[in-house]
Design a protein around this ligand. Sequence first.
Ligand code: ATP
Length: 572
Amino acid sequence: MKALTELAKRRGFFFQTGKAYGGVGGFYTYGPEGATLKSTVESTWRDRWVTREGHDEIDAPTILPEAVFEASGHLDGFDDLLVECPECQSSHRADHLIEDQTDIAEAESFTPREIESLLAEHEIECPSCGTPLAGEPVEEFNLMFETAIGPGSTNKGYLRPETAQGIFVDFPRLREYARGELPFGVAQIGRAYRNEISPRNAIVRTREFTQAELELFFDPESDDPPLSRVANVEAPLYSAADQDGDGEVHFEAIGEAVESGPIADDWVGYYVGVATEWYERIGIDLDRLRFRQHQPEERAHYATDCWDAEADVSGPDEEPNWIELAGIANRGTYDLSHHAAHTDERFSVFQEYDEPRTVERATVDPDMAALGPEYGSQAADIAAALEELAETDRSAFEGDSVTVELDGETVDVPIEQTGFQVAEVTERGQHETPTVIEPSMGIDRTVYAILVHAYDEDEIDGEHRTVLRLPAEMAPTLVGVFPLMDKDGLGERARELERELRAAGLATTYDDSGAIGRRYRRQDEVGTPYTVTVDYESLETDTVTIRDRDTTEQVRVPMAELPETLAALRDG
Ligand code: ATP
């Protein structure tokens, strides 16, 4: 939407960073209106996804050491498909070129070799200079920004490509905080960095952006899935019902917004409902919102299921243009088990059984007394190997001796010197790795979609106007205060009123420049829902008019009641 991007730049919502230096692709600055809107989007997210759900929020660093991303799989698998133009040397995301120049959707799921064939078959051209790209190699390009931690370059780090890893790496501490009880959720709002091959669509695809993510840790065996939270969501698209009469309640899609059939996972279904409710509150048009399930080839390396929230951000009379606002993914136990495998920490939760259970446990002599002195300095290693063997392969202790391997060398230990015995023990529970459901929302794309859906053009008294129909709660400024003219004490009274409204905590602006009609248009264009005019009658009767942005109707109210009246209008 060109008109919106132009408005965003002119009226201080967002613009490319550092244009004076030529501007680097994929970096955007939010101006005063945009920064306020973005921060309101974040605070409503916090309100809906953290406070109302009863979760905890953390704030982790944006740089993490290489080992974290080795474990998380990002070093190996976080790639996009790159093709370079042989003529002008511009770089492009090969799957996007296929999507843009053919009818093929979701080309992300093809392999580099398949994409190479499609480049030739569909005579794909470089969008910068028109050169045919048939025959060009397609490479996997890792999207992470690399950096060196401390002086020298030996200690590599990466800027996080998602906020999630900051939560996973500190799961052992967060588990303690949650007293080890599942389910619990940890949320985070923060910057993420991806060295996108082709940033585009202003703040829709940038190289530094803000994510709001929730990691919900739960036990899939437990029967306390989100049903205990049903009362917490009144999403218009979802209902919880016992569809097949088997006594089990599941979430069910009841609107057309879900594209690919029922949602198998109750938690995912639940969060589709919460997301719908949040999107509606912040001004996303539900007729232009849909949820789409990922095809298996489309899923990220860590996901077993994923549903994207997509919004149509086309302008009036344009073809629909669906962009991804969020992914609601089932990450299984992928992240926690990988961090456990790469560290000495436990990334699991101790789950108590309903009743203690008696089980047989095989053990070996813990203090090596039976082993005898003849094994010398190898004794400790042998004891450790025997202990592991007793836990994993009891049958190894069935013969006269047990063979263990130490650094490629085999050592035979007579059975009586192992101290092997089987005893009955009582277990209270066991360690289990929780499953993770992750609603991951892009704040910048949400801001963009809010603006597109709020954008409107109409005619007032024969005059064309541009208006942002933002919900009052989201508008960067709630009220504009204008004196009819800046004379005869009207200006002073209006300024005084502005101060009073600010003191009451209402986002207020003052404007006395130009004709009153021009001032209304300026506020309409940035979405200010109410404008208050101080006129001659105000000085006599202590009343003012409030004009409604959408209807342009005006009502006269006593000045003394103005703060409460406006706050009530804002809070609906
Ligand atoms: P895409 O397929 O569009 O590149 P993704 O599927 O890789 O996105 P996720 O990893 O699921 O995205 O990230 C969660 C959310 O973060 C996205 O839904 C999106 O809103 C946001 N996001 C991801 N990449 C960017 C980016 N480059 N610029 C702005 N927002 C982004």
